[in-house]
Design a protein around this ligand. Structure first.
Ligand SMILES: [Zn+2]
Length: 442
């Protein structure tokens, strides 16, 4: 009890000191999740108008587009204005990213990220500081649905930096202490690390556990096969993110962790899109995003990102917006149904290690390979003899120094002299279903 109070005080103090003010933002989101449809649309329209005006004034792509289509951002009186704005595809941004950036921000103010995993088509995107805080607030709001309060312990299994530097390690430790948020690297797992991670779960007694669906599933297998007793009933919910949560995985994780699993949906470039409530409905964070259907595709508008406004942006996943937003939980946030997203394939090593597919995306990103070689598309394949081929479709070929550097890091992390080949990836027929990771072993 005493620790809970201290933790909450540290979180609140740090939140105020940092100027992020996450707690009031979470409160504001919680207050607005039961708005009437009319009030919600009014709130969305207000935010949309502001974003459209900003985009017209400061983003070259929208300045030209609105002029060409005679769109007047200050005019719309309904969200139907979105029907007049053409769908934005990832390929358009990849072709000429500069025109999608707002001239209002300096490069150093922005957070740069990279998509890649599910489609193999890396895209650099930018988020402004306010958007990052709003994303965080959306994320914490969803956790309040299962009982999280500021300062409660969270353990997350995620891809941590492969190339580490001293400054970020110190910052991570500080963040982990202040927010009571423990981040564990889930790139490479084996019996030893899984054993170690279950001990962390026992020690930290988290309220919330977060991770890739496939990683949580592996942990669940380990817990059950080794009769691990987590020795506490502290976990209020497990949040599965970034990958398709298949039903058998969900039941497996629920059984092992003895708690409910909640599916969380977002993309790298547009985060915190929707989260599941106790009734299994996936509520859209509609104060943050407008999600629409175009046929079976999902179009999203991020109402908070002013650095690189994405309006009517086509997501890689499919789903439908439910006709009614009535849910027994009382929240009136619209519901996303029939979500079909990405699944993960792991790379297996002869020494028993299991490598998450995102390891490769993160390695290429952290070595700046995507930007340096203008990588258009990439694919990983594992052969039956464990050999791995990294195929890149890029403007120029990888030089020998970078190949050697990658091989060295991979062999260090895999603790194995596994053969790594680099190949050229031929441009694919865009209509064919592309898999960014394939394996002859699974
Ligand atoms: Zn609900």
């Amino acid at each position: 009890m005493k620790e809970t109070i201290i933790r909450s005080a540290i979180f609140t103090f740090a939140d105020k000191l940092s100027g992020f003010n996450i707690i009031p933002r979470v409160k504001q989101l919680v207050d607005s999740e039961k708005l009437s449809n009319i009030d919600r649309e009014e709130l969305q329209l207000r935010k949309l108008k502001k974003l459209l005006i900003h985009s017209q004034k400061t983003v070259p792509y929208y300045r030209d587009l609105f002029k060409r289509l005679n769109i007047y951002p200050e005019k719309p009186d309904s969200l139907d204005i979105l029907r007049e704005i053409p769908i934005l595809k990832k390929t358009q941004i990849k072709k000429c990213p500069e025109i999608f950036l707002s001239e209002l921000f300096k490069n150093k103010q922005l957070f740069w990220g990279q998509t890649g995993g599910s489609t193999g088509q890396p895209l650099s995107y930018a988020l402004d500081p306010n958007c990052r805080v709003q994303v965080r607030a959306g994320f914490y709001r969803a956790m309040t649905w299962v009982g999280w309060k500021p300062g409660d312990s969270i353990v997350s299994f995620w891809g941590r930096p492969i190339i580490k530097d001293f400054r970020s390690s110190v910052f991570d430790k500080l963040k982990s202490f202040v927010l009571n948020y423990t981040e564990i690297d889930a790139h490479i797992l084996d019996e030893k690390s899984l054993y170690h991670y279950t001990n962390i779960l026992k020690r930290k007694s988290p309220k919330i556990v977060i991770g890739y669906a496939s990683t949580l599933n592996l942990l669940a297998d380990f817990i059950q096969q080794n009769n691990v007793n987590l020795e506490n009933d502290s976990i209020d919910g497990v949040f599965s993110t970034a990958e398709m949560l298949l039903d058998p995985m969900k039941s497996n994780i629920e059984k092992a962790f003895n708690t409910k699993v909640f599916n969380s949906y977002g993309a790298s470039e547009i985060q915190a899109i929707a989260d599941t409530c106790h009734n299994g409905n996936m509520h859209i964070h509609s104060e943050r995003v407008i999600l629409r259907n175009f046929e079976n595709s999902l179009l999203v508008t991020d109402l908070d990102n002013y650095a690189m406004p994405l309006i009517n942006y086509k997501l890689d996943d499919n789903g439908t917006i439910a006709k009614t937003n009535q849910c027994k939980c009382g929240r009136t946030l619209p519901v996303l149904e029939n979500l079909v997203g990405r699944s993960n394939i792991n790379i297996l090593l002869p020494n028993g290690k299991i490598v998450h597919s995102e390891y490769f995306t993160h390695l290429l990103e952290q070595l700046d390979i995507f930007k340096k070689y203008r990588v258009n598309c990439f694919q990983i394949h594992q052969f039956e003899d464990y050999r791995i081929s990294i195929k890149l479709n890029s403007l120029s070929d990888l030089n020998e120094t970078d190949k050697l550097k990658m091989q060295k890091i991979i062999q260090r992390d895999f603790s194995n002299n596994i053969q790594i080949d680099f190949e050229k990836l031929e441009i694919l027929n865009s209509s064919s279903k592309f898999k960014f990771i394939t394996s002859d072993l699974v």
